[in-house]
Write a protein that binds this ligand. Structure first.
Ligand SMILES: Cc1cc2nc3c(=O)[nH]c(=O)nc-3n(C[C@H](O)[C@H](O)[C@H](O)COP(=O)(O)OP(=O)(O)OC[C@H]3O[C@@H](n4cnc5c(N)ncnc54)[C@H](O)[C@@H]3O)c2cc1C
Length: 601
């Protein structure tokens, strides 16, 4: 207990009194909001208010292997998406859950802690879309600024930071199935590399946002060190329901609900919305910023007619599952959640409970559809060591929202043996969906329709990625444990020859799942691009003043990898911009790279 739990964390940030006016009001204390609160309150003359709808994180959320068990609990907004047209859910007709953190630290408290920054092309692509200032060379200093990398073999290779607020570490313990992952990659021709270093295409055991074996959320990383700053007020259980404007379209404050009472607080400089990719567009629309026809339909007075809620996209994957003859080589949750392992975790910050969401390997690969000349992978394989059902399906059923009967029908055969899964995550989906208001009540969850797989290219590349996964799981690295592809005949796909392209496509449509990276709903772009909601300094367009959006919703195109680190970077960069400073661009430490043509949506 002493080892992993810093007693400082028991501080409470809730206050019962606050001021009537602040220099900055930040809405949402998640991945982005926590960074902004820290960095802006470094200026002692500025008074900052952070309003967070949820409370504080807890001891369960510290345990890396327990990540999935946090879903559908009070610290999760527990959204559900609309049923999808593309027959993704033909088999079980489910409405996929979309967890989002409702807690200080936001989704960084629920996430699986994988630390990935994305590909340098992602940011150069943002610049090509008109977003001056966001090239890889300009954002790299901000990734480094946040970081405290604790692995000496990675920390000093020129791409990393030491001494920042965000602890990044390599896993203290890895199962044999995890250790086999880079070996399997090498067999297929992929090098074992630092996935945040000079090249991204490779297979490796990933680093995580983990400090001494426990989750390092942005609440722990960025808010905890500010607890003695008198100019930062953090109010938990404070749900912002409206941004207030004067007749000049200047944001002058917000209205929020706290313990059944409604309050108003005013702002001198700016309101910054950091509610995440679902809540930020919802709040903007409720406040009169959104598509005019949609707001008119609800009778909401229009402040600015902007494409808020459009451009919703996400990372999805189909599962490729393997069973193993060997025993004790992967995480079988019913075995690893044992008293000795719990004691080990709390006394030394080691053991299987430190494994980040069960993810022990990451492989960035290129399918034949990638169509790029060099290092710009189109899929990211996540190795889940131990399968969805190794805890008797409890998390899986909760996370995927399927019934016990369906679970027993299709997944039960997994439960008794060691196993692993490869999840090939499609990095550059072309399908686009939207967020819209369901009603004018801020308490009604918005309509979320990602329109998965509605672009025909998306399914083709997915089939190819599944084939690479099948090859990877059957390499000598896994054969030595007796790996076998778990090939049940999927109901609805019987008419296709097993493992044919058509069969795999059917499997993908049937079992697609989110890896929880929705972005893009308050798209950043130049003012003359009709798709833009915020400009490259993240100021809301349409003549609005004193209002920014800073979170995952501003990404014009999703980054190649998990989204927490890039969102922290975005908040770091904008904090400096607000302060009127910018770190100098870093020349790419590996030298110049070839220019290539990217697909631009
Ligand atoms: C289950 C899961 C697993 C993931 N795994 C990984 C991973 O392994 N690696 C990775 O890099 N990324 C991962 N992600 C994604 C990553 O965590 C998110 O992209 C990132 O945390 C989003 O940051 P954000 O600042 O945009 O929003 P959030 O972190 O969601 O923050 C939004 C905050 O605003 C608050 N809020 C919203 N509306 C209001 C309002 N009106 N008033 C007051 N407060 C409000 C919310 O309660 C929340 O605290 C995962 C996400 C999930 C959910």
């Amino acid at each position: 207990f002493l080892y992993v739990r810093n007693f400082d964390q028991s501080y409470t940030v809730s206050r019962n009194n606050w001021d009537l006016e602040y220099d900055f009001i930040i809405v949402g204390g998640g991945s982005a909001g926590a960074v902004l609160a820290n960095r802006l309150s470094e200026i002692s003359d500025w008074k900052i208010l952070l309003l967070e709808a949820g409370g504080s994180d807890n001891i369960l959320s510290d345990i890396p292997l327990a990540a999935a068990s946090l879903q559908q609990t009070p610290i999760d907004w527990a959204y559900q998406i609309e049923p999808q047209e593309a027959s993704c859910f033909g088999l079980i007709n489910r409405r996929m859950h979309w967890p989002r953190g409702k807690v200080l630290g936001g989704s960084s408290v629920l996430n699986y802690m994988v630390y990935i920054r994305g590909n340098r092309r992602d940011f150069d692509n943002w610049v090509r879309l008109g977003n001056v200032g966001w090239s890889y060379e300009e954002v790299l200093p901000y990734f480094i600024k946040s970081e405290d990398n604790r692995d000496p073999s990675i920390a000093f290779n020129g791409f990393h930071g030491v001494g920042g607020y965000l602890t990044v570490s390599s896993p203290p313990d890895v199962t044999p199935v995890g250790l086999a992952f880079p070996e399997a990659g090498k067999f297929l021709g992929y090098p074992n590399i630092d996935l945040n270093g000079p090249i991204q295409t490779g297979w490796a055991i990933p680093q995580g946002t983990v400090r001494r074996g426990a989750r390092c959320s942005t609440s722990k990383a960025f808010l905890l060190p500010t607890k003695d700053r008198p100019n930062l007020h953090v109010l938990t259980f404070s749900y912002v329901t409206k941004i207030l404007f004067n007749e000049d379209k200047r944001a002058i404050g917000v209205q929020f609900d706290r313990f059944s009472l409604t309050h108003v607080v005013y702002v001198r400089k700016e309101v910054i919305v950091s509610g995440g990719s679902i809540n930020s567009p919802q709040l903007l629309m409720l406040s009169g910023i959104g598509p005019a026809d949609h707001l008119n339909a609800f009778g909401i007075p229009i402040i600015a007619d902007l494409p808020v809620g459009n451009n919703l996209h996400d990372h999805i994957y189909p599962g490729v599952h393997f069973s193993l003859e060997a025993k004790g080589v992967s995480i079988v949750q019913r075995r690893v959640v044992s008293l000795p392992n719990i004691i080990k975790y709390f006394t030394s910050g080691r053991g299987p409970l430190t494994i980040i969401g069960g993810i022990e390997g990451l492989g960035f690969i290129k399918t034949k559809y990638a169509n790029y000349s060099d290092d710009f992978p189109d899929f990211q394989i996540h190795l889940l060591s131990g399968d969805i059902s190794s805890d008797d399906g409890q998390n899986f059923r909760r996370v995927q929202g399927i019934t016990r009967e369906l679970y027993e029908q299709y997944y039960l055969p997994y439960t008794s043996f060691d196993s692993f899964s490869f999840y090939p995550v499609m990095l550059h989906p072309k399908s686009r969906g939207f967020i819209r208001l369901r009603s004018t009540s801020p308490y009604d969850p918005p309509i979320i329709d990602p329109k998965y797989l509605t672009h025909p290219d998306d399914i083709l590349s997915m089939v190819d990625a599944m084939k690479i996964c099948i090859a990877g799981g059957l390499t000598p690295a896994y054969r030595k444990f007796g790996s076998k592809l778990f090939s049940r005949i999927i109901p609805g796909c019987e008419s296709y020859p097993v493992l044919s392209d058509e069969y795999l496509a059917c499997q993908a449509r049937t079992y697609i799942q989110t890896i929880y990276h929705p972005v893009g709903t308050c798209r950043m772009g130049p003012a003359d691009d009709e798709r833009s909601v915020v400009d490259p300094e993240l100021r809301v367009l349409g003549g609005v003043k004193g209002l920014r959006v800073v979170d995952g919703s501003i990404m014009p195109v999703i980054t190649s990898g998990n989204t927490n680190a890039p969102i922290i970077m975005i908040a770091e960069k904008i904090s400096d911009l607000i302060k009127g400073v910018q770190l100098p661009p870093m020349r790419f430490p590996g030298g110049d790279i070839k220019r290539i043509t990217l697909w631009i949506p």
